[in-house]
Design a protein around this ligand. Structure first.
Ligand SMILES: NC(=O)C1=CN([C@@H]2O[C@H](COP(=O)(O)OP(=O)(O)OC[C@H]3O[C@@H](n4cnc5c(N)ncnc54)[C@H](OP(=O)(O)O)[C@@H]3O)[C@@H](O)[C@H]2O)C=CC1
Ligand SMILES: CC(=O)[C@@H](O)[C@H](O)COP(=O)(O)O
Ligand SMILES: [Mn+2]
Length: 390
């Protein structure tokens, strides 16, 4: 039996992973399931999968979790230290699917087991890519991408020589406001921003898709995963979200990964890797699909894409600043303090104010430095938002 743990088990990615694991109960022994506030779901899954431990990230929910698991024999724990302890529990496959920078410390810790880390939490790679990669090398761990685009690129590169890659193209649906005129975007509401044209995902990544901050994170993520130059990474708007990414080689061939907008594709690939196993996603009927469209992205409409390039160029701790500023700007949009287009303005202002602090050699970056940078970026973003409101 393979021992598996799921961090962020109650979320959209976590639930898709549980769907796959629950279909083959004889193959998997569930070690740890972690969640946040959705205690009912966490306890239900922990009982159904007979997990060893269920962890809520928030200590104030521990009582509810203990009550929900009473009599089950499943351990209940809570808080940041409990997440780290869960990451230390031996497992052959660990899914990192917590949303936001909170996923960094448990994911980083899991690497110390020299295990396979299936990484959905792109924010940790954006904030601390070189640190995660160095830790994986040090402990002999494997990081497998669980983002649809990066799983697609990874699959297109199997057996290939990275030196023969000319370009990597990641697709973007364009999000909720893809077809809105630029001048109307300032009026984009939260209600509309949290509806995605194709994917069923958590609230935060759905809004990030609408602003293209998700794609900005993914451009940086591509730069961290694959040994290509930033100029080789392209973004193309693809409204159907069926082609997840393409890799172009020196002979002009373009290898595309095509599949339905269902994350069980990428999770299943990582779960069965290095082999392929059955994954119960819809099989595409190409004749029914008819046509696939592609168009160039407009950086005026989506300034986040331009910022991503600047973040890569600046290097050092700039990714940690970018991610933290984006998280605060997103909270402020969700809270109604700033408008949709203000999110990119706030993030750009934070990058400008902190640029001199972030210049560093990637080799010397530590978790403590990432945390301090994250904290400073959050304070700076909050100051900027307060000043705008005054
Ligand atoms: N959804 C998707 O299709 C895709 C998601 N991703 C990435 O995967 C990650 C998860 O996304 P998604 O599943 O959509 O997100 P969700 O919001 O659906 O789920 C987030 C999970 O993290 C938990 N959580 C929230 N805050 C904290 C915290 N401070 N500390 C610990 N745990 C916390 C939540 O617990 P609870 O709900 O119990 O409060 C939940 O289990 C993100 O990094 C996202 O960018 C990447 C590609 C596709
Ligand atoms: C499913 C997945 O990988 C998401 O990151 C997806 O890419 C979001 O859609 P957008 O293309 O709209 O950002
Ligand atoms: Mn993606």
């Amino acid at each position: 039996m393979r021992r598996v743990s799921i961090f962020g088990a109650t979320g959209s990615i976590g639930q898709s992973a549980i769907d796959l694991i629950a279909r083959e109960p004889d193959k998997y022994q569930v070690v740890a399931l972690t969640g946040g506030r959705n205690i009912a779901q966490l306890a239900k899954d922990a009982r159904a999968l007979r997990a060893e431990v269920a962890v809520t990230a928030f200590p104030e929910y521990l009582g509810d979790l203990q009550a929900a698991l009473a009599g089950s024999g499943i351990e209940s724990t809570a808080g940041e230290a409990a997440l780290i302890e869960a990451a230390d529990r031996p497992a052959d496959w660990i899914l990192s699917a917590i949303v936001g920078a909170a996923g960094l410390a448990p994911g980083l810790r899991a690497l110390r087991q020299g295990t396979t880390l299936a990484l959905a939490n792109k924010e940790s790679l954006v904030a601390a890519g070189p640190l995660l990669m160095a830790e994986a090398r040090k402990y002999g761990a494997t990081i497998l991408p669980v983002d649809s685009e990066h799983s697609a690129i990874f699959q297109a590169l199997v057996g290939e020589d990275i030196a023969k890659v000319e370009r990597i193209i990641i697709t973007a649906s364009g999000g909720a406001f893809r077809d809105w005129p630029l001048e109307k975007l300032a009026t984009a509401t939260l209600k509309l921003a949290q509806t995605h044209p194709n994917w069923d995902m958590g609230q935060r990544i759905t809004i990030d898709s609408a602003s293209m901050f998700n794609k900005a994170l993914e451009v940086i993520e591509t730069n961290e995963y694959f040994d290509v130059r930033p100029e080789q990474i392209e973004v193309i708007v693809h409204p159907q979200s069926m082609v997840h990414a393409l890799v172009g080689f020196v002979d002009g061939a373009l290898m595309a990964h095509v599949g339905p907008a269902d994350m069980r594709h990428a999770i299943g690939y990582a779960l069965h890797w290095p082999k392929r196993g059955h994954v119960p996603v819809e099989r595409l009927d190409l004749a029914k699909l008819g046509k696939l469209e592609f168009r160039a992205p407009d950086e005026l409409r989506w300034p986040a894409l331009r910022l991503a390039r600047e973040v890569i160029k600046a290097g050092g701790l700039t990714g940690a600043t970018f991610n933290a500023a984006k998280e605060v700007a997103l909270d402020a949009f969700i809270g109604g303090q700033i408008g949709f287009m203000h999110m990119a303005e706030v993030v750009e202002e934070v990058l400008n104010r902190t640029s001199s602090d972030n210049r560093l050699d990637n080799a010397v970056i530590t978790l403590d430095m990432v945390r301090k940078t994250d904290h400073l970026a959050r304070q700076t973003a909050k100051d900027i938002i307060r000043q705008r409101q005054a």
